[in-house]
Write a protein that binds this ligand. Structure first.
Ligand code: IPE
Ligand code: IPE
Ligand code: MG
Length: 267
């Protein structure tokens, strides 16, 4: 049975595969976040409906999750659906909701066996009930794992997340369990949806747009940004290797004059 006894494949039993020689294991980003953009344009370029781009995008994501696990990256966070994406045509939105639900159902077992810890961030309570059920199940079944922290941003908006954190903090102040003077950056970050994660070290955006589209606004304060023209459905292992290589050539300074680390620091 998944997650029990000898067949439990926690991180300890997932063997790290060799990194391409030009990548330095010590300087890999701990947390990679990805804005998976360009599905629609890719499909149009192939003479296909946009939905086929989304479908193909799921396969690409499956590969990336496997690769992050094998290369020993600690956390992967992907932007699957923004709070603004509801403004798309109804049939595209409902296609995406069903696609997410089916992909989760189909891939859950493999991910659990590979030690992946699944989490979701965003306003999940307004998603279709069937998707919410699948999300709850996948989080529950992967809870004991110690491998890749794989977080999917669904109905996620960075501004909404900050507003929600403010509300939660205000509630505590109102209840008398917190003093306004106790509110600092650490405490604020603990009230964000991403309180289980360190800040992203590297944010990748596929398909060329130079914007962040309301993704991880607070968390990406000092992330390295990498934008590639490659559309998400073509973002393969080689494209990821190139992104990591570029990351390792950056000099992170965190506002100082030099830095000996490519790893993110808490503010
Ligand atoms: C990203 O691809 C997937 C989602 C936002 C759900 P797009 O659907 O935005 O594709 P383009 O940007 O229109 O090509
Ligand atoms: C960002 O892509 C959201 C996701 C990848 C889920 P969009 O396609 O929604 O971003 P814009 O509209 O080009 O800014
Ligand atoms: Mg887009």
């Amino acid at each position: 049975m998944v997650g029990s006894g000898e067949q439990d494949m926690s991180a300890e039993s997932v063997t790290l595969s060799a990194l391409p020689p030009e990548l330095d294991r010590e300087r890999l980003p701990q947390h990679v976040a990805v804005i998976m953009d360009g599905n629609g344009r890719w499909a149009r370029g192939q003479g296909l409906p946009r939905t086929m781009g989304h479908q193909r995008g799921v396969d690409v994501l499956k590969d990336l999750v496997r690769q992050c696990g094998e290369w020993g990256i600690d956390a992967l966070t992907v932007y699957a659906f923004s709070t603004e994406n509801w403004s798309r045509p109804e049939d595209e939105v409902s296609f995406l909701m069903v696609l997410f639900e089916r992909a989760l159902r189909r891939e859950l077992r493999n991910m659990v066996e590979a030690g992946v810890q699944l989490r979701f961030v965003g306003r999940l309570d307004v998603l279709p009930q069937r998707l919410q059920d699948e999300i709850a199940l996948s989080v529950e079944q992967s809870r004991q794992n110690t491998g890749l922290k794989f977080t999917i941003a669904t109905n996620y908006g960075g501004r909404q997340e900050i507003v929600d954190a403010c509300r939660a903090i205000a509630d505590r102040v109102k209840a008398g369990t917190l003093e306004p003077d106790d509110i600092d950056r650490e405490l604020f970050a603990r009230h964000l949806y991403t309180n289980h994660l360190s800040d992203p070290d590297l944010v990748i955006r596929t398909s060329g747009e130079m914007r962040i589209s309301n993704f991880l606004l607070w968390q990406m304060a000092y992330a390295e940004l990498y934008v590639t023209e490659t559309p998400w459905p073509e973002f393969d292992r080689e494209a990821f290797r190139v992104a990591l290589y570029e990351y390792q050539s950056r000099k992170r300074r965190f506002g100082g004059l030099n830095s000996d680390s490519t790893r993110s620091r808490r503010p």
